[in-house]
Design a protein around this ligand. Sequence first.
Ligand code: PNS
Length: 159
Amino acid sequence: MTTALIPGSFDPPTKGHLDVIERCVDIFDRVRVAVIANPAKEPLFTAAQRIALLEECCRPWPTVDIGSFSGLLVDYAQAEGIEVIVKGLRAITDFDYELQMAQMNRHLASRVVTLFVATKPEYGYLSSSLVKQVARLGGSVEALVPAPAAAALKEAFAT
Ligand code: PNS
């Protein structure tokens, strides 16, 4: 049985994230989506809120479960017995940093492989950071994030 590990900040989850998760559901026996619990940047949503949002969004996919980690990603992967990390690539601008992380992770844990999934072209410009900026300034994000995330953003930026 092969499990894919999809790590990220998910602050909040976007439709681009869900696209990558759905692709993995089609390919892998199981999918673990893991929220980083102590990122260097201050998240808008707590880890518990981001986990709850992902649980709601991933409910249609019974092979997906949600977890969280702090520390090194490869340590979490190995502790969970997972050897495949999947990252979404939106554009060539993601590639440099993602390749660097994949190679560092390979150096740290040679059995753990990183695979890249190309996101849907219509989500190529989409990021959690931009979505938060748009929502903070009163723009519409309904087309960009799943409904639970749109509601959470509305509440977070309510004046
Ligand atoms: O959604 P993000 O913020 O792009 O996710 C980045 C994440 C969490 C996948 C990345 O920062 C990460 O793997 N952090 C864990 C720390 C780690 O393992 N660092 C060394 C590997 S390069």
